[in-house]
Structures are given as C-alpha cells and as structure tokens.
Design a protein around this ligand. Structure first.
Ligand SMILES: [Zn+2]
Length: 150
C-alpha cells in the first residue's frame, strides 16, 4: 500500500504518471554516496519529525511506507507535511486495529455495516474504518447507549 492509498489520494493520476517511470535517472549507479547518506539522514529526520505528535515511532512509520514511497519522498514528490499527515493516519489505523478510538474520532456516525460508530464526522456511511475490525472479529467501540449492533 502506498502513501497515496493510505491517505486516500486519487490514483487516476498514477496511471497516467506512474512514479517509477517519472525519474529514470534516480538510480544512477554513479550516485555520490555522500548524497545518499545525506538523503538517509534527512529522511530519518523527517520521519522523526512526522512522529512528534502521534503515537508512532519513526521505525513504524518507515515500515508503513513502500520502497516506492521512499523513492517519492527522496524525489520530492511529497513533502514533510504529507509525511506528517501519513503518520497521523498510520497511527490512527494502528489504534483502530487495537479497538482504540482515535482522538479525532469524536462524532457518532452510522455505518451501514457496523451501525453506530465513532468517526471524524457525524454521517451515514456505506463503510468505515471499523468495518475491517468487524470483519476480522476485532473490537468495534460503540458510542454510549449503542452496545450491540444489529
Ligand atoms: Zn463500518
């Protein structure tokens, strides 16, 4: 899963401009090792910065990224703000997997599959992040007064 998939960004532009074909010179075998070390240090710093306000380690964030994601970051196709947003989503997804309601999920919504659930906005939705928990038999925390569904 790429950073575009995790953040829910449209993928139709990927088909027109696949990232592995945009910059064919990025894997130049004569690349300077010093540049690679600098990129690694900058990437590590960005991972650390992105994890400052979320419950996620830089290693966990790095593990959530695909090799293509790292190439995209190095090529400047997404910036540190996007990396921070990605860290937020990855941290929230980890909480959801554990049945923990993310801090930003303050609204009571109704999912067609799960029933009443905590989400970012109060809405009626066809599917939600808790659907994965329900399908896997993991906990789906309910708002007060909605203990069982259906
Ligand atoms: Zn659901």
């Amino acid at each position: 899963m790429s950073w575009r998939d995790i953040l829910g960004w449209a993928t139709d532009t990927q088909a027109q401009n696949p990232h592995y074909s945009q910059n064919t010179t990025k894997h130049d075998v004569s690349a300077d090792c010093a540049n690679t070390a600098l990129q690694d240090r900058n990437f590590t710093r960005s991972l650390t910065d992105a994890c400052q306000i979320v419950e996620l380690t830089p290693l966990q964030l790095h593990q959530a990224l695909s090799p293509e994601d790292v190439d995209d970051w190095i090529a400047g196709r997404f910036d540190d703000r996007t990396l921070a947003a990605l860290a937020q989503v990855v941290a929230e997804n980890r909480q959801i997997d554990q049945g923990i309601v993310p801090e930003a999920f303050t609204a009571i919504a109704v999912c067609e599959g799960c029933g009443p659930v905590w989400l970012r906005v109060a809405a009626h939705v066809h599917g939600c992040p808790w659907c994965w928990n329900r399908a896997a038999g993991r906990p789906v925390p309910r708002p007060p007064g909605y203990r069982k569904f259906p």
